[in-house]
Design a protein around this ligand. Structure first.
Ligand SMILES: [Zn+2]
Ligand SMILES: [Zn+2]
Length: 722
C-alpha cells in the first residue's frame, strides 16, 4: 500500500467507499448473487422525523441495524433494510409554526392548504438532508425502497385501516375528557403529556350546606374550576362525613349559587385536604370518571382558547385562567369563604412538544376501542410469536397493555392524514359518513352539502402500520416475501408509543405479527451518565463526530460496552479510542499487504497446504477459529457489544501484538518458515476484515479493495467465515 506512514484518514475514504457500495446495487436484495432457496432477512428502519437533523439516538439505531443487515447479507440472505421518514404530525407542525413565527406569520395567515404544502416541502427538504446523514453513518439500506409516511399509497392504506376499524366498531367518536394543549390547540394522547413537579397553593374553601349554618370545606389547587363543580365527594368510609351522607345534605356552590349534592365514591382519598373534594367533571379526568359513575352533569367553564366560558357566569366569562383564579379567590375572601391556603407540591401536566400547561377538557374526539387489539397483542408475546430483547421488557409491555385505555387518535392539526370522515350539513340529518373518497351526497338524506372532519390522525396511527404499509407499497412480492419482518430495532422509550401499536395494528390488518423479534436499545448518556440535552450543553452531534473521527469510530463506540436495553455511554474519549483502533487495523493491514506482496492466497487454505506452520502460527489460526465462533454466536444472540469487543481484542491483542510481531522477525531474518507466517497473516487478516465489517464497514472495505486478489468484488457481499 502507498503512503507508508500516513494514518488512516476516514474523511478521505468513507465517502468514496459509500459511493462504491451504492453503485454496486447490493443494498437492494434483488441485486444480490443469491443462492436458490435463500432466506429473506428484513429490517424496517424506524422512520426518523423529517423535521431536523439526526441526533446521536439515530446513530445508535443506524449502527445496530446496519450490523444486523450487513451480517445477514454476508450470511447469504436476501437482506433488506428498508429506510423511511416520518411526517411526525404535531412535532413537525410545531417546528414549522416556529419557522413561520420568525417571519411574523401564523399558520392561519397561510390557510390550511398552503400551510400543508409548505410543511410538505419543508419535510421533503429535511428528508433529503437526513438521507445524506444516514449515508455518512454507513447505513446499507435499500434507497430504492425508501418510504415517507405521507406517500399517497401509504396514506391510502392508513385510511383504509381507519375505515375498516370504524365499520367493525373498533373506532368511535365520543365525548371524552382529553388532554388539551391550549398552545398547540389540539388534543394529546396521555403519552404526549409529561408531568413536572411545581410549587402550588392548596386553597381550602368553605361550601355552605343548604338550610344549615354549617360548611363542608374542600381543598383545591385550582379554585377557578369550582365554577364548573357539580358535586362534592367523600370516601364512603370517611366517618367525618357519615352523618352528612345519611342526611342527604345539599350544598350551595359559592359564587354561582348552584345546588349540588354530596356523594360518596371509593376513589376519593380521605387523606387529601379535608377528605371532601370538589367534583369538576369537565376539567379533571378523575372527576370525569366519578361523574360518569354517579351520572353527574359536566359543565364546561374553560374553553379551548384557555379562557373562561359563558357557563362560568357573567362575572368570570372571558377571563384567562390565572386572572379568573385571582378573582375567584378575591370574591371568596370577600364572602369570608376562604378558610386558608397552604404550600403544595404538585405534578403539573404539560405538553411534551411545546411545554404549555395542559387543560383537561371535554370534547368530541375519535377513539380506538383498544381492548380487543390489546388482548391479541398480549397473546402474541405470551405464546412466543414475538420475543423481546432484553426479555425484561415483556413484563412492562404486559402491564401497560392490561391497563390500556381507549386511544384518542384525532388531532386538531393540519399536518397529517386527514380523517376520512364527512358530516352531512343538513341540521336535521347530521349523518356521519366514513368513506375513502369524498361522497357526492349524504347516504341518508341525499344532501350534497357534506363537510370533511377537519382533524388529522395521531402520527402513531400511521407509524403503527409502518411494517406492512412500507412492504405493501413496494415491489409486488415484497409483502409476501419479507413480512413478518425479522427484527424491529428501536429505543425502549417508544415501546408503548410505537412497538405496542405496531403489534396491535399489524395483527389487526394482516392477521400476522409484524415482526419476530423486538430489539430495544437504551438511551444515550454522556460520560457522567447524564442524559444529553441542549440546555446541559452535553449533546453529541453524530455528524460532527463522523467528520472529526470517522463513522467507524463512532459506530464502534456506540456498541462497545453496552448490552441491549442499557444506557449507552458515549464520550469523545471513547470515540478517539475507537479511532485508534481503526488506525491500528489500517496500519496492520498495510504491513501484511507489504509482506505478502503480489502473492495470491485466495485459493490457499491453511488446512490443505503442505506448509509446516510454527506453533505460533497454529495458535493464531486456532484463536481465529475460536473468535469466529464466538462473534457469530454473539451476533446471533443479539449480543453485539460482546461480538464487537471480541473482534477488537482478537485483532489488536492477539493478531497485532503477537502474530504480526512474530512474523515480522521471521521475515527480517529470512527464516525458512517465513512463508508459513505470511500465509497465517493473510488468513487472519482476510477473515478479520469479514468479522469486523458489520461494525466498521468503511475501513474494512477500504482495505479489502487493496487486497492483491479478492474472491468477491466487495467485502460487503463476502461470505461470513465459518
Ligand atoms: Zn403544545
Ligand atoms: Zn344527510
Amino acid at each position: 500500500m502507498e503512503n507508508e506512514n500516513k494514518p488512516y484518514n476516514p474523511k478521505e475514504i468513507e465517502h468514496k467507499i459509500y459511493q462504491i457500495w451504492e453503485k454496486s446495487g447490493y443494498f437492494n436484495p434483488d441485486n444480490l448473487p443469491l443462492k436458490k432457496g435463500t432466506k429473506p432477512y428484513c429490517i424496517i428502519m424506524p422512520p426518523p422525523n423529517a423535521n431536523g437533523s439526526l441526533h446521536v439516538g439515530h446513530a445508535v439505531f443506524v449502527t445496530l441495524e446496519d450490523i444486523m443487515t450487513r451480517y445477514n447479507r454476508m450470511r447469504g440472505k436476501a437482506a433488506l433494510w428498508l429506510p423511511g421518514a416520518d411526517h411526525a404530525g404535531i412535532l413537525t407542525q410545531v417546528v414549522y409554526e416556529r419557522e413561520l413565527n420568525k417571519q411574523g406569520k401564523t399558520r392561519f395567515d397561510l390557510g390550511r392548504e398552503e400551510f400543508y404544502r409548505q410543511t410538505y416541502d419543508f419535510s421533503i427538504n429535511n428528508k433529503k438532508a437526513m438521507e445524506d446523514q444516514l449515508k455518512k453513518l454507513g447505513a446499507s439500506c435499500d434507497w430504492s425502497r425508501e418510504k415517507f409516511t405521507l406517500d399517497p399509497k401509504i396514506s391510502q392504506i392508513v385510511i383504509e385501516t381507519f375505515k375498516k376499524m370504524y365499520d367493525e366498531g373498533l373506532i368511535y367518536r365520543g365525548e371524552r375528557i382529553i388532554n388539551w394543549c391550549p398552545r398547540c390547540q389540539t388534543a394529546l394522547s396521555d403519552l404526549e403529556v409529561i408531568h413536572q413537579p411545581r410549587k402550588a397553593k392548596l386553597y381550602y374553601i368553605k361550601y355552605p350546606i343548604v338550610n344549615s349554618g354549617d360548611f363542608i370545606i374542600v381543598a383545591t389547587t385550582r379554585p377557578e374550576t369550582m365554577l364548573g363543580d357539580t358535586a362534592v365527594a367523600v370516601n364512603p368510609k370517611d366517618e367525618r362525613y357519615t352523618e352528612f351522607l345519611k342526611n342527604n345534605i345539599q350544598i350551595k356552590l359559592p359564587l354561582i349559587d348552584r345546588i349540588i349534592p354530596l356523594i360518596a365514591d371509593k376513589n376519593v382519598e380521605a387523606s387529601f385536604g379535608t377528605g371532601a373534594v370538589k367534583i369538576t367533571p369537565a376539567h379533571d379526568p378523575a372527576d370525569f370518571e366519578i361523574a360518569q359513575r354517579h351520572k353527574l352533569p359536566a359543565i364546561n367553564v374553560i374553553g379551548q382558547d384557555g379562557k373562561m366560558t359563558e357557563l362560568a357566569g357573567s362575572a368570570y366569562a372571558g377571563l384567562k385562567i390565572p386572572d379568573c383564579r385571582q378573582k375567584v379567590l378575591d370574591d371568596l375572601s370577600a364572602l369570608n369563604l376562604l378558610e386558608k391556603e397552604e404550600d403544595y407540591e404538585q405534578n403539573v401536566a404539560i405538553c411534551e412538544r411545546c411545554k404549555a400547561v395542559i387543560e383537561p377538557l371535554i370534547s368530541k374526539q375519535w377513539f380506538v376501542k383498544i381492548k380487543p387489539l390489546a388482548e391479541k397483542a398480549i397473546e402474541a408475546v405470551k405464546n412466543g410469536q414475538i420475543k423481546f430483547i432484553p426479555a425484561r421488557f415483556a413484563k412492562i409491555y404486559f402491564h401497560w397493555l392490561k391497563n390500556i385505555k381507549d386511544w384518542c387518535i384525532s388531532r386538531q392539526l393540519w399536518w397529517g392524514h386527514r380523517l376520512p370522515v364527512y358530516y352531512c350539513q343538513d341540521q336535521n340529518c347530521q349523518e356521519t359518513i366514513v368513506s375513502l373518497q369524498k361522497p357526492t351526497k349524504c347516504l341518508k338524506c341525499a344532501n350534497t352539502n357534506l363537510e370533511q372532519d377537519p382533524d388529522t390522525l395521531d402520527t402513531w396511527f400511521s407509524s403503527g402500520q409502518w411494517p406492512f404499509t412500507t412492504l405493501m407499497t413496494n415491489q409486488p412480492n415484497d409483502f409476501k416475501r419479507f413480512y413478518p419482518i425479522s427484527v424491529m430495532e428501536t429505543g425502549w422509550d417508544i415501546l408503548f408509543f410505537w412497538v405496542a401499536r405496531m403489534i396491535m395494528l399489524g395483527i389487526y390488518r394482516t392477521g400476522k405479527v409484524p415482526f419476530k423479534y423486538v430489539f430495544l436499545h437504551g438511551l444515550v448518556r454522556d460520560k457522567d451518565r447524564q442524559k444529553m440535552s441542549k440546555s446541559k450543553g452535553n449533546v453529541i452531534d453524530p455528524l460532527a463526530v463522523v467528520t472529526d473521527h470517522g463513522a467507524d469510530a463512532l459506530r464502534m463506540s456506540l456498541v462497545f460496552g453496552t448490552g441491549a436495553g442499557n444506557d449507552i455511554v458515549v464520550s469523545e474519549d471513547k470515540v478517539i479510542a475507537q479511532k485508534r483502533f481503526a488506525n491500528k487495523i489500517w496500519n496492520a493491514s498495510k504491513f501484511v499487504l507489504n509482506a505478502i506482496g503480489d502473492t495470491d492466497y485466495t485459493n490457499l487454505h491453511p488446512d490443505d497446504t503442505d506448509k509446516k506452520f510454527t506453533k505460533e502460527d497454529k495458535w493464531i489460526l486456532k484463536e481465529l477459529q475460536k473468535s469466529t465462533k464466538k462473534i457469530t454466536q454473539d451476533i446471533e444472540k443479539y449480543r453485539f457489544h460482546e461480538a464487537a469487543q471480541e473482534a477488537y481484542h482478537f485483532f489488536w491483542h492477539k493478531f497485532c501484538d503477537k502474530t504480526i510481531e512474530d512474523v515480522k522477525i521471521r521475515i527480517q531474518n529470512n527464516s525458512k518458515d517465513a512463508d508459513e507466517g505470511k500465509l497465517a497473516l493473510w488468513t487472519v487478516l482476510y477473515n478479520s476484515l469479514k468479522l469486523l465489517h458489520p461494525f466498521m464497514p468503511f475501513v474494512t472495505e477500504a482495505i479489502y479493495q487493496k487486497l492483491p486478489s479478492r474472491p468477491k468484488e466487495l467485502l460487503m457481499i463476502e461470505e461470513w467465515p465459518e
